[in-house]
Design a protein around this ligand. Structure first.
Ligand SMILES: Cc1ncc(COP(=O)(O)O)c(C=O)c1O
Length: 280
């Protein structure tokens, strides 16, 4: 029987899928790194595993310990899954401004989830600050390890492997990389590896147009989960261009975005799970 019989062995080595139907004629070849193939359906499984194994190696997380984090739910689902697999407790601070599915997913993996009410129903800097304060408070309790995805170096390092996979799967031919930015961990980790291979790779960072934290525009509430958090702690040196995208609250009609998002699933097949909730 294979030694790799642990759910954690299913993290990473995801397919790189070429979009055959959606790109317009004459446009560049577009490839999608299908992170939906990770066990919880999110790239966050990579960072959860690296953060927890880093803490184990440094003796910061011991048997019987629990992991504390504030999260919109994708990171929380991944941390909860890794904790369940390794026998640690998980205590996640989240909010009802994020989707119910993610909160249910964390609980299904055995996490305790504390809900901070989102006063406006939108994701705002104030809400994130309240969630962070609560997580920091809980992390001071005995046997608690604070995952601290925004500052933990093991977070960004987890995405070096994704960059290496992209290079291997594209035979080293990659002219541009596009990534929506939340903590900036994925963008920074992958961009660092791609730029190390070829300095000319153009790296595009995406953010909500209602919340232009990196490009320096309006800072408002929005409904695109996982990105537009209100602060960006990584270096902007790797960014070639910043693009902003409408969230459903700012769209005059939600139809074009919803149709395009769904076409990726329907026409090209890859399906996201916990990491992306479809637009209704
Ligand atoms: C679908 C999706 N894209 C992008 C991001 C942003 O990733 P990062 O926090 O590494 O910047 C997230 C974060 O949750 C996400 O769920």
């Amino acid at each position: 029987m294979s030694e790799n019989n642990d759910v954690l062995a299913g993290i990473g080595n995801t397919p790189l899928i070429r979009l055959k139907y959606m790109p317009e004629k004459g446009s560049a070849d577009v490839w999608v790194k299908w992170e939906g193939a990770n066990p919880t359906g999110s790239m966050k499984d990579r960072m959860a595993l690296n953060i927890i194994e880093g803490a184990e190696k440094r003796g910061e997380l011991k048997p019987g310990g629990r992991v504390v984090e504030y999260t919109g739910g994708s990171t929380g689902s991944s941390l909860s899954m890794v904790c369940a697999a390794k026998g640690y407790g998980a205590y996640m601070v989240s909010s009802d401004a994020f989707s119910e599915e993610k909160i249910r997913t964390m609980r299904a993996f055995g996490a305790e989830v504390e809900i901070v009410p989102g006063a406006t129903g939108k994701i705002t800097r104030e809400l994130i600050d309240t969630m962070r304060s609560r997580a920091e408070e809980l992390a001071t309790e005995t046997n608690s390890f604070y995952a601290d995805q925004f500052n933990n170096q093991d977070h960004k390092n987890a995405y070096y492997k994704m960059g290496e996979e992209i290079l291997e799967q594209s035979d080293g031919v990659c002219d541009a990389f596009v990534m929506m930015v939340g903590t900036g961990g994925c963008f920074s980790g992958v961009a660092e590896v791609l730029k190390g291979h070829c300095a000319d790779v153009k790296c595009f960072a995406g953010e909500p147009d209602a919340h232009r934290n990196i490009s320096g525009g309006a800072i408002g509430g929005h409904r695109i989960e996982g990105i537009g958090i209100g602060f960006f702690r990584r270096s902007c040196a790797l960014i070639w261009r910043i693009r902003s995208f409408p969230s459903r609250t700012t769209m005059p009609t939600r139809r074009p975005v919803s149709l395009r998002a769904r076409r990726v699933s329907w026409v090209e097949s890859p399906r996201e799970r916990t990491s992306s909730q479809p637009f209704n």
